[in-house]
Write a protein that binds this ligand. Structure first.
Ligand SMILES: Cc1ncc(COP(=O)(O)O)c(C=O)c1O
Ligand SMILES: [Zn+2]
Length: 430
């Protein structure tokens, strides 16, 4: 295994560099590159699929860690992949799936990255781990750090939703509510980590967040193979070759910093390099209209990200300067996918649709994924037979204020049967 600068291609031994390429600073994000022949020698899709380890650690051979003892006990990953028959039928899609990552222990996708970084920090003997976050990455670090009893210091914008701040505090992290944007919190966290010698988990700075996030793609391909084996009929021969997993045709995911979509791309590239999947899915990056720096770069045909002043109700993707934007644009462009923007109204509208259609309660940034899928379907960009996965990145309980805007009204009544009868539509009481 070695680290490679995504800008200049220079290679480094893992213990030679801790964060980014010394020649390129924060632009020199490092990729972890594995010895794929060696991985194929020690494991296989069949061996992994026989594992009873229902967490990201089932993919140990594909992760950049040495010491199993460093792994935090919290159970991260192996979240459900639901076949969304109800919503699929509404949209004319025969093979729609939802990957419900709100089912992680701190209720977001970010647990995947934080678990790997906490394990890496413990391997390195780090005493304190820090991160900046719009909320979820911090909650995930606070949770994983609590489970391993490592102190954590978290920087979030002071506007972060209450539930996310409650998570940080209840896990015992030291919490700084920064009177500024997420981008400013990021810069401050980096400066503090350098000043006080803390281990920094910051997105697109620590190379191991991507390795944690890629596990979502590994799960999707493994779970799809299982699922398709169950649903493929005799009339429609299986698309799965023995000993392989199945990559979907498209994966939809919301984009803020761009580290999740970059991580999913990395997982797919690893599986492709191993020969465990036969094709790369098209990656569909969804951004809020008010926070669309990656979309702008993609549309302009460049990978240079121009910072913007971001504003969206979806706080987790409210990012003016995406730290991993270049990789996100590459992920979309090189897989032949697209960036799509959605308005805050479309994001809010998607929340009850997901909750009522498939009982998946998404926070706004996660509902944005589905809003983007709805838009793509409306614009007839999707083929009925395509296998499509929408990654739902965070649970709706994290931001009740947004949910209550679209959840509808409860009825307050006197404690009498009469009051219930009067409040009910006639057909439901007779
Ligand atoms: C729920 C949720 N969805 C999507 C994202 C976007 O991920 P990224 O910033 O890596 O693009 C985040 C990041 O905080 C998130 O918490
Ligand atoms: Zn470099």
């Amino acid at each position: 295994m070695f680290l490679q600068c995504t800008l200049c291609g220079k290679k480094y031994a893992p213990d030679a560099v801790k964060y980014v390429c010394p020649d390129h600073g924060s632009d020199g994000i490092l990729d972890v590159v594995y010895d794929y022949a060696e991985i194929n020698r020690v494991t296989s899709p069949e061996k992994i699929s026989a594992s009873r380890e229902n967490s990201i650690w089932r993919y140990w051979a594909l992760l950049p860690l040495k010491d199993r003892g460093a792994v935090p006990p919290l159970q991260v990953g192996w979240t459900p992949l639901y076949r969304a028959n109800f919503l699929g039928a509404q949209l004319g899609l025969n093979n729609l799936y939802l990957k419900d990552d709100g089912r992680n222990p701190t209720a977001s996708f970010k647990d995947r990255a934080s678990a790997v970084v906490v394990a890496k920090g413990r391997e390195l003997g780090e005493k304190i781990i820090t991160t900046a976050s719009s909320g979820n990455a911090g909650a995930a670090l606070a949770g994983c750090a609590a489970s391993a009893h490592v102190p954590a210091v978290i920087f979030v914008p002071k506007t972060a939703p209450q539930a996310k701040v409650a998570q940080l505090l209840i896990f015992g992290a030291r919490v700084f509510l920064v009177d500024g944007t997420y981008d400013e919190a990021s810069d401050l966290c980096l400066a503090a980590a350098q000043e006080f010698n803390w281990y920094c988990r910051n997105t697109a700075y620590n190379p191991y967040t991507t390795e944690g996030k890629k596990t979502c793609a590994l799960e999707i391909c493994e779970q799809l193979a299982q699922n398709q084996k169950l649903v493929v009929s005799k009339a429609e021969p299986s698309k799965i070759e023995n000993g392989k997993w199945l990559s979907p045709d498209r994966i939809f995911v919301s984009v803020g910093d761009g580290n999740i979509i970059g991580g999913i791309w990395k997982g797919l590239r690893d599986l492709y390099a191993l020969g465990w999947i036969d094709k790369m899915p098209k990656l569909m990056g969804i951004q809020a209209e008010g926070s669309a720096a990656c979309y702008n770069a993609w549309r302009a045909g460049t990978d240079a990200i121009t910072p913007i002043e971001a504003h969206t109700i979806a706080d987790s993707i409210d990012v003016g300067y995406p730290r991993d934007g270049r990789r996100a644009v590459h992920a979309v462009r090189e897989t032949g996918g697209e960036f799509i923007t959605v308005s805050d109204a479309e994001i809010l509208d998607a929340m009850p649709q997901l909750a009522r259609g498939e009982a998946v309660f998404a926070e706004p940034a996660a509902a944005a994924t589905y809003a983007g899928l709805l838009k793509a379907a409306r614009e007839q960009k999707l083929d009925r037979q395509e296998i499509i996965v929408a990654v739902i990145t965070g649970n709706g309980l994290k931001d009740i204020r947004s949910a209550m805007q679209v959840a509808g009204q409860a009825t307050t009544i006197e404690p009498t049967l009469e009051a219930v009868r009067n409040a009910m539509p006639r057909a439901e009481t007779s």
